[in-house]
Design a protein around this ligand. Structure first.
Ligand code: FAD
Length: 400
């Protein structure tokens, strides 16, 4: 009898972790993993590349260096859609890939909420090309200022005041003065704004920790503006606070106001909300028992709050452990396990030697939190890439 085919889409936190666990189980199946790039990216560090405090190579490693190529075939291609009736994955450059069991872990995309002009004029922190674009864009804007002395070139506006926004702002407040000096520009001329509809920044954190974060960023020069972004044009970010529309003029606008699941979910006709499919406890899709979805493309309700779990790498990796078990169980015709989330804490970086968060029930901030952030990042490198990758790519120094 031909072997069953297990296909994993996405080699991020969820997909690659599932594959690594599954390989250890040696299932009686052919295994394929598809990813649009030939590298895995530590998405949780993308903001550093955007600000210019880390190089892209530091936060990426080749997929084929960490998987067992005797057990798994890696296909570098972009998934266009899933043809569920015919049980095959439609790829952009390769022939359709048939599956018996499918895991979808294609991650997130920036959500514009239909705000006019965001697609055309805003930059996003979503993958390596997008963050390299931000870094080059800021340098280009600073260079333009040297030619025409138009101060808009030295203004950076970040839309949204959540995790990604604050992590970027932390790095930007470290890097921008340095960049300005390197380019012989007075650092005091660089202006950084954060715009958010409510003063409730970092909603996922304890209020005192969130206040600590905004105070730290304010001290480093970030100006917080209360307003809902209403539309964006070249160098103009319009926002409303009440009925009146106002405008911030800036050469750089970075939108971190929301994320959604992959557009492949929409293209594949799943019942979904903003690219997220509500999955069963065992991570399977209602009506498609042979398909599991994890990470940012999935939605599960947290029984303790009645609200969906947040989209985090931590959840994607925990789901991956169950997904690996369940894929192997499907091949063997065994019962599937339910996913149970264990919150292990979360830490938001504020740049060099500063952070805030909750770890094992304790609130931490400043240097101890920055230390914990490095421990968490290194742990995730070890869990997915293995010890060697962690030693090569890990964060061990406090100088950056
Ligand atoms: P991902 O890890 O994003 O992986 C998706 C994979 O699919 C990628 O390899 C991508 O290349 C590939 N892919 C996408 N589309 C296609 C396609 N069409 N075809 C083929 N391949 C495709 N979470 C935390 O828990 N802690 C943090 O501290 C934290 N910090 C963050 C900081 C930043 C700046 C950002 C942006 C996010 C942060 N997150 C954090 C959230 C976390 O990164 C995501 O929740 C996590 O990446 C989701 O994992 P995933 O496996 O669903 O997707």
């Amino acid at each position: 009898m031909p072997k069953k085919k297990i296909v994993i889409l996405g080699a991020g936190y969820g997909g690659l972790r599932t594959l690594k666990k599954l390989q250890n189980m040696h299932p009686e199946a052919e295994i394929f993993i598809v990813n649009k790039n030939d590298y895995h990216c530590e998405t949780t560090s993308l903001h550093e590349v955007a600000a210019g405090t880390a190089e892209a190579e530091q936060i990426c490693y080749p997929i084929d260096s960490v998987i067992d190529l005797r057990q798994t075939q890696f296909i570098k291609d972009k998934v266009a859609a899933i043809d569920r009736p015919n049980k095959q994955v439609i790829l952009e450059a390769h022939e359709a890939l048939p599956y018996d069991y499918l895991l979808i872990a294609l991650g997130f995309e920036s959500e514009t909420f239909g705000i006019s002009g965001i697609n055309e004029h805003a930059l996003a922190i979503s993958d390596i090309p997008s963050v390299e674009k931000i870094r080059k864009h800021i340098i280009h804007e600073f260079a333009c200022w040297k030619k025409d002395r138009d101060d808009r070139h030295l203004s950076i506006v970040v839309g949204g005041a959540g995790f990604t926004s604050f992590e970027f702002l932390g790095e930007a407040t470290n890097r921008m003065p340095e960049l300005a000096q390197q380019m012989q520009i007075d650092p005091r001329k660089v202006r950084i704004f954060c715009i958010e509809p409510s003063p409730n920044v970092l909603p996922m954190f304890d209020r005192k920790l969130a206040q600590y974060a905004s105070e730290q960023l304010s001290e480093r020069g970030v100006a917080f503006v209360i307003g809902r972004v209403s539309r964006v044009r070249a160098n103009e970010i319009y926002y409303k606070n009440g009925q009146e529309e106002q405008c911030l003029q800036a050469g750089t606008f970075i939108w971190t106001g929301g994320v959604r699941g992959s557009s492949v979910i929409d293209a594949s006709g799943f019942q979904q909300t903003r690219g997220r499919v509500s999955v069963h406890e065992d991570l399977s899709v209602p009506g498609n028992q042979e398909i599991l979805i994890i990470g940012d493309c999935s939605e599960m309700i947290d029984p303790s709050t009645g609200r969906p779990f947040p989209a985090t790498a931590q959840i994607a990796m925990q789901q991956a452990d169950i997904a690996a078990h369940n894929l192997n169980a499907m091949v063997n015709g065994e019962p599937l396990l339910p996913f149970r989330y264990k919150f292990k804490g979360t830490v938001c970086s504020l740049g060099k030697n500063d952070a805030l968060g909750e770890v094992m029930g304790r609130k931490v901030k400043g240097l101890p939190a920055a230390f914990m952030k490095k421990v968490i990042d290194n742990r995730s490198l070890a869990k997915i890439g293995g010890l060697e990758t962690m030693l090569k790519k890990g964060r061990f120094s406090f100088n950056k």
